[in-house]
Ligand binder design. Structure first.
Ligand SMILES: NC(=O)c1ccc[n+]([C@@H]2O[C@H](COP(=O)([O-])OP(=O)(O)OC[C@H]3O[C@@H](n4cnc5c(N)ncnc54)[C@H](OP(=O)(O)O)[C@@H]3O)[C@@H](O)[C@H]2O)c1
Length: 322
């Protein structure tokens, strides 16, 4: 089968297309014929081993996983003897798990993993763009303890996590202020923000407004910068920045404004919850661009501009089928 592989850390050019052996499913696994995946920021961190701490996850000297790709949508091609939830021909979507490997024509996934039947009215491309951003945003909003009527500011509202956070905060009935640049104002408003601030025109930390939650969905803020925008008892939730771990510990004991950097703790129920929201018309993944698998280097370069709107999809044969 065709797969995108890399054997050393570096810029997008270390990726190359190669013929590799097609995996075969163990007893409790399904073999997925991949129709679509994504190139996300985690793929790029792992490939470049940047920041440096990624080497602890990805391999100290060289990548342990040759094939990247953490999100997948496709069709079940074969099932192991003990599989009961899925049958050949089922359309599925989800994460590819700790072994990654979705930048390939086929992928094996345990049936107990974060994999579910694809919502019928999403294409494979759309379905592949759901898990990472939405599950990350869900984890963070839950950690923030966001309740109906509370005020939340979503910074970086046009990214993968940001576009998901605005829609989920709408579902949780919060009062949402979203921050993005001029070109994304309309999109972010359409996702459910009550008001939108263009950060090229206005610095939200200086307008005197305060929020129960400031969610930094793009890793560009610091607690120090937005502390005065938090209400007493408010929380700053980050998606990035190791400094937020010690700050989280410190603020859990001292002061009345808190910091959290939640680690991914995604469960199958969360993916099913997202599917319900999608089927109820309350969530839709935002896709910026789609690239064929062979253009993965170009896709990775674009993701690394940090300017994508929502998600960047990789399509394999049949990616546009429903
Ligand atoms: N904790 C987790 O579980 C987890 C999981 C995945 C990723 N992450 C991390 O979360 C962060 C966000 O990931 P992502 O994939 O959602 O990001 P992304 O999609 O790459 O974010 C791109 C968006 O960020 C906006 N942006 C860029 N610079 C900005 C700035 N200075 N101020 C405000 N907005 C800015 C851009 O919009 P404008 O053009 O409107 O500025 C663009 O739409 C990354 O650091 C990633 O590593 C964490």
């Amino acid at each position: 089968m065709r797969a995108v592989v890399h054997d050393r850390y570096g810029p997008p050019d270390v990726l190359r297309l190669e013929d590799v052996e097609r995996p075969s499913p163990a007893e409790d696994e399904i073999l997925i014929r991949v129709h679509a995946s994504t190139v996300n920021r985690t793929d790029c961190h792992r490939r470049a081993a940047k920041p440096l701490f990624w080497r602890f996850f990805a391999g100290l000297l060289r990548p342990r996983r040759r094939i990247l790709g953490g999100e997948v949508a496709g069709e079940v091609e074969a099932v192991g003897a003990a599989v009961s939830e899925f049958a050949v021909g089922d359309a599925v979507f989800g994460t590819s798990g700790p072994k990654l490997g979705a930048h390939a024509e086929y992928l094996c996934r345990r049936e107990s993993g974060l994999i579910a039947h694809k919502p019928a009215d999403l294409s494979f491309e759309e379905a592949a763009a759901v898990p990472d951003g939405a599950l990350s945003a869900l984890t963070c909003l839950r950690r923030a303890g966001l309740r109906p009527g509370q005020t939340i500011l979503v910074y970086g509202a046009s990214g993968s996590i940001g576009t998901a956070a605005v829609q989920l905060a709408r579902y949780f009935d919060a009062d949402i202020t979203a921050v993005c640049s001029t070109k994304n104002l309309e999109l972010v408003r359409s996702l459910g923000a009550d008001r939108v601030i263009d950060y090229t025109q206005e610095d939200f930390t200086r307008n005197g407004q305060t929020y129960h939650v400031v969610f930094d969905a793009v890793g560009k803020l610091t607690f120090g910068r937005c502390k005065s925008s938090l209400k007493p008892g408010g929380i700053y939730v980050a998606t990035d920045g190791l400094r937020n771990f010690p700050l989280g510990l410190w603020t859990s004991r001292f002061g009345d404004k808190k910091v959290a950097l939640p680690l991914p703790d995604w469960k199958s129920e969360d993916l099913l919850f997202l599917r319900e929201l999608i089927e109820a018309g309350r969530y839709r993944p935002v896709i910026d661009r789609a690239y064929p698998l062979e253009d993965v280097i170009e896709a990775a370069r674009y993701v690394e501009t940090e300017q994508k709107t929502g998600n960047v999809v990789l399509t394999l044969d049949g990616g546009r089928m429903r």
